[in-house]
Design a protein around this ligand. Structure first.
Ligand code: SF4
Length: 71
């Protein structure tokens, strides 16, 4: 499972960082999301999908090994 972010969409709410701080942080200056890890550690999938669901602008995409969109 892999994560991609569409940083230009990000409005800096920090929801993803609160839910999954191991995967997301925010730029100190702009507040825009910064992806810390593209590859999701087994067992963390629900956490990462939860973070993606809480993004108000759908800037976080999560795909499975067949590149199908999980969220
Ligand atoms: S939840 Fe979405 S809008 Fe908020 S910081 Fe994360 S990527 Fe940006």
């Amino acid at each position: 499972v892999r994560i991609t972010t569409a940083a230009p969409l990000c409005i800096g709410t920090g929801n993803c960082v609160n839910v999954a701080p191991g995967y997301f942080t925010q730029d100190d200056g702009t507040g825009v999301v910064v992806l810390l890890a593209e590859e999701v550690t087994p067992g963390d999938e629900e956490t990462v999908v939860g973070a993606a669901r809480l993004c108000p602008v759908e800037a976080i995409l999560v795909r499975d090994a067949q590149r199908r969109l999980v969220r």
